[in-house]
Design a protein around this ligand. Structure first.
Ligand code: BV8
Length: 239
């Protein structure tokens, strides 16, 4: 695999950046599949599928209420990797699309202006009755009324569960086809369709780079990779 120093950032190029839970790990948010991660503590079938929500909505609300309270803890702050991507965006003259699998708001709080949350947002809720999406910073429950339609029992986290179509896919795929550089940061490459983005970018002629703590499941599909903590790698890469 070529060394990373073969990659030069040209600020008029078109770049797609994909982030995963690893970019928020050093801010204090758990990842999913690392040792002791979220999926080692709860079965994703019970809390991250529509079937799980239909079976036991209180369990799913408790799962996301706990994570929402955790995210809103003042100790949880964006880290140097989030800040480096926001700084890159400010100086970038080409197209830059930041796509995140994360449902936290750390990219926004670091200054990124328009990250695409393909798996939704923990601080938003959606009404199953009328489809209205609203801000959500408090606990949700089956007893909540929708402030738009006034009906009860339909509020759920605005999060994409397994078997549900991720958000913004048309826009993401168009950007992958046209980009010059695809940069993947802090993701295991386990969950699709995000894990397939590297192949789509390469097919469009992009140079593809992985920055991750350890080789991801898709590392062999990248042109270049460097492994270590995001707060060390990302600022150095974008400098
Ligand atoms: C869909 C809910 C279709 C939100 C999540 C092929 C094609 C299409 C679909 C599939 C397919 N094969 C299988 C599927 C189905 C499924 C899937 O991928 N299953 C997996 C288990 C195989 N995909 C889906 O269901 C998707 N939907 O395809 O719909 C469709 C079509 C038509 C009509 C309707 C539907 C939906 C996927 C989204 C599911 N929701 N979560 C939430 O609660 O957060 S997925 C979950 O995994 C999270 O969202 C998370 O973002 C995502 C990916 O995980 P990562 O971010 O990568 O986190 P992970 O812990 O795995 O890895 C962290 C990495 O960071 C590690 O590599 C680690 O080394 C690194 N790291 C750690 N610390 C650091 C670090 N790196 C740097 N620095 C550090 N300090």
């Amino acid at each position: 695999m070529p060394a990373l120093d073969s990659v030069r950032l040209n600020p008029t190029d078109s770049i797609v950046i994909l982030t995963g839970a690893g970019i928020s790990q050093e801010s204090g948010l758990d990842t999913f599949r690392c040792a002791g991660g979220i999926w080692s503590k709860v079965d994703l079938e019970d809390v991250a599928t529509p079937q799980g929500f239909a079976r036991d909505p209180d369990l799913v609300h408790r799962f996301y209420n706990d994570r929402r309270r955790g995210l809103l803890d003042p100790a949880i702050q964006p880290n140097a990797a989030h800040a480096a991507l926001a700084a890159l965006e400010r100086g970038w003259r080409g197209n830059l699309l930041l796509v995140t699998q994360n449902i936290d708001d750390l990219h926004e709080r670091a200054g990124s202006t328009a990250p695409l949350h393909m798996h939704g947002e923990l601080l938003k809720a959606v009404c199953l009755r009328c489809g209205t999406v609203s801000d959500c910073r408090d606990d949700l429950s089956v007893h909540d009324l929708c402030l738009s339609c006034g009906r009860k029992g339909g509020m759920r986290p605005d999060v994409v569960w397994f078997g549900e179509m991720p958000h913004h896919m048309d826009r993401i795929q168009a950007a992958l086809e046209d980009c010059d550089l695809f940069l993947s940061i802090g993701t295991s490459g386990h969950v699709y369709p995000a894990a397939g983005f590297v192949a789509e970018a390469r097919a469009g002629g992009a140079h593809t780079v992985e920055l991750n703590l350890e080789p991801s499941e898709g590392v062999s599909r990248f042109d270049a990779a460097i492994h270590g903590p995001a707060t060390a790698l990302v600022p150095a890469f974008v400098a």
